[in-house]
Design a protein around this ligand. Structure first.
Ligand code: BES
Ligand code: ZN
Length: 457
C-alpha cells in the first residue's frame, strides 16, 4: 500500500470528512465568552470521541479555563506533536453574516466550493486536515506512520491563559522531536508555505476618567476636560508622520532583515497592491521607509482595536462624558520585550494626559515574537512534500499574526515548531462570513499525508 493509495482514499472520503468538519463547526466554542463555556467543553468532547474512534489514546484534560485534548498513538519512528485549537472567535457583528455562523454549510461560489461558518478556517478546518490525513493513513495501511502526540487547545483565541502552566506540568508528556502547528495560511492564497517567523502580541486596555459623572455639554462644555479628547490626542501621538511608533525604547530589539532573508523575500514577488485592493485599500500605511512584506512580517506595529465612550446609540445626545476607553495592541518582532514596552507605554500615556484625567490600565496578554529554525532535515522534507501536492515550490514565509505556543514549544519543551497551514487571505478569519475553501481542506489533508510519508521515510 503506497502513498498514492492513501491519497486516493482521501479523495473518496472527502464528503464524509466534510460532514465531520461540519459537525464540529456546529459547536459554538467561543472561548472568550463565559456564556459558551459548556460549548467549549462539548467541542473538546467531540474531538476526544473522534480521536478515540480512530484508535488514539486520548482524553480531555481539565485546566482552570477550557480543557486541553491530549492524545497519543504509535510506538516507533520519529515522535511528532500536532497542535491546533478548537476554540473560535466571537461572531459579532452578527448582522453582517449571511447565515448563522454555527449552521455551517458547503457553498458553491464563483471561486469554487467553500465551507462557510465560524472556525472553518481558524482553526477547526485546519486541525481536521491533520486528523483526516491520519484517518486515511490508518484505513489504508492498518497502522500509524510514526509516534504522534495530539495537543489541542481551547483557549487560543482568548490569550491561552492555561497554556504555559499546562505545558510546564506536562512537559515530559509533550516533548517530541518536532511540533507541527496547523494555524497559518498559504502565501498569496496559492503557494504552500512554512512559516519561519511570527510576531508577538501585547494587549492593553485603558480607561480615562475626567469629570466624575457625565455632564451636559452645554452647561459644562468649554470649562470641563473631555476624556475622549484627551485620549484621542494621546492615541494620535503614538505614531509620527512617517508611521514610526513614538513610545520610548519601542524599537529596542527590532532587528534589521539579514541580506539573505531580504533576497529571499524579494524572490517571493509579493503583490501588495492586490493584497490591499482585496480589502478596499491601495496605500501601505506602515513605516514609510519599509517594504510591504516588512510591514506585515518583520516590523512591529501599534493598532487601536477599539475606542469608545460617551453616547454611541441611535440619535444624538449632547453629553460631555466622564469616561473614554480604548483597546490597543502591539505586534512585536525580534527580541522586543513585551513587559518593558507595556511599562513604557503606560508611562508615556500617563505623562501625556492632562492633570484632570485619571487613567487605569488593564493588561491583555504579552507574548514575544518567535521564529523556527528551518535547518533540520525535516523542514526540507516537508517543503518538498508540500511542493509535490500543490505543484508549486513551497516557500518559507513570515506571518504577521501571533501564535504564542510556537515560542513556548521552543522555550519550555525545547521542541522546534513547524508551522504549516492552508488558509487563504480572503478566508475572513475573525470576521463575518468566515470560510475555508474546499481546496484548502482537501489539499490540506493530502499535504499532511505527504508530509507524514516524507517525515517517516
Ligand atoms: N490563526 C491565527 C494566527 C494567524 C493570523 C495566522 C493570521 C495566519 C494569519 C490565530 O488563531 C490568532 O488569531 N491569533 C491571535 C493571537 C491570540 C493571542 C489572540 C492573533 O494573532 O491575533
Ligand atoms: Zn488560529
Amino acid at each position: 500500500m503506497s502513498l498514492d493509495d492513501i491519497l486516493a482514499r482521501i479523495d473518496t472520503d472527502l464528503p464524509e470528512a466534510t460532514e465531520r468538519l461540519l459537525e464540529l463547526l456546529r459547536i459554538p466554542s467561543i472561548s472568550t465568552d463565559p456564556a459558551f463555556k459548556a460549548d467549549c467543553d462539548r467541542a473538546a468532547d467531540w474531538l476526544v470521541a473522534d480521536l478515540s474512534a480512530l484508535g488514539v489514546e486520548v482524553s480531555k484534560r481539565p485546566t482552570p479555563g477550557h480543557p486541553m485534548v491530549v492524545g497519543h498513538l504509535g510506538d516507533n519512528g520519529p515522535h511528532l506533536l500536532f497542535y491546533g485549537h478548537y476554540d473560535v472567535q466571537p461572531v459579532d457583528p452578527l448582522d453582517l453574516w449571511d447565515r448563522d455562523p454555527f449552521d455551517p454549510q458547503v457553498e458553491d461560489t464563483a471561486k469554487g466550493k467553500v465551507i462557510r461558518g465560524r472556525g472553518s478556517s481558524d482553526d477547526k478546518g485546519q486541525l481536521m486536515t491533520f486528523i483526516e490525513a491520519l484517518r486515511a493513513w490508518k484505513a489504508v495501511k492498518g497502522d500509524w506512520p510514526c509516534r504522534i502526540t495530539f495537543f489541542l487547545e481551547g483557549e487560543e483565541e482568548s490569550g491561552s491563559p492555561s497554556l504555559v502552566p499546562f505545558m510546564k506540568e506536562n512537559a515530559e508528556e509533550l516533548k517530541t522531536d518536532i511540533a507541527l502547528i496547523c494555524d497559518t495560511g498559504l502565501f498569496e492564497s496559492r503557494t504552500p508555505a512554512i512559516v519561519t517567523m511570527l510576531r508577538g502580541l501585547l494587549g492593553e486596555e485603558l480607561t480615562v476618567t475626567a469629570p466624575s459623572l457625565d455632564l451636559h455639554s452645554g452647561m459644562y462644555g468649554g470649562i470641563a476636560m473631555n476624556p475622549i479628547r484627551a485620549l484621542s490626542k494621546v492615541i494620535a501621538s503614538l505614531h509620527d508622520e512617517t508611521g514610526r511608533i513614538t513610545i520610548p525604547g519601542f524599537y529596542d530589539g527590532v532587528p534589521e532583515l539579514s541580506d539573505a532573508l531580504e533576497a529571499q523575500w524579494q524572490g517571493l514577488a509579493f503583490d501588495h497592491q492586490k493584497f490591499l485592493d482585496d480589502v478596499g485599500l491601495s496605500i501601505p500605511a506602515g513605516e514609510q521607509d519599509r517594504t510591504p512584506l516588512e510591514m506585515i512580517w518583520s516590523r512591529p506595529t501599534c493598532e487601536v482595536n477599539g475606542i469608545w465612550g460617551g453616547y454611541t446609540g441611535d440619535g444624538f445626545k449632547t453629553v460631555l462624558p466622564s469616561k473614554a476607553h480604548a483597546k490597543i495592541s502591539f505586534r512585536l518582532v525580534g527580541t522586543q520585550d513585551p513587559l518593558a514596552i507595556r511599562e513604557n507605554f503606560r508611562e508615556m500615556v500617563s505623562a501625556a494626559l492632562p492633570d484632570d484625567c485619571e487613567v487605569e490600565f488593564a493588561p491583555h496578554g504579552a507574548s514575544p515574537a518567535s521564529g523556527a529554525d528551518t535547518s533540520g532535515a525535516m523542514f526540507e522534507a516537508a517543503r518538498q512534500a508540500l511542493s509535490d501536492e500543490w505543484q508549486i515550490p513551497a516557500a518559507y514565509i513570515g506571518c504577521g499574526g501571533s501564535i504564542p505556543i510556537a515560542g513556548y514549544f521552543q522555550n519550555i519543551l525545547g521542541t522546534e515548531p513547524m508551522l504549516v497551514g492552508f488558509g487563504k487571505d480572503d478566508d475572513a478569519i475573525h470576521s463575518p462570513n468566515e470560510k475555508y475553501d474546499m481546496e484548502s481542506f482537501h489539499k490540506g489533508i493530502r499535504s499532511w499525508a505527504r508530509i507524514l510519508d516524507a517525515l517517516t521515510k
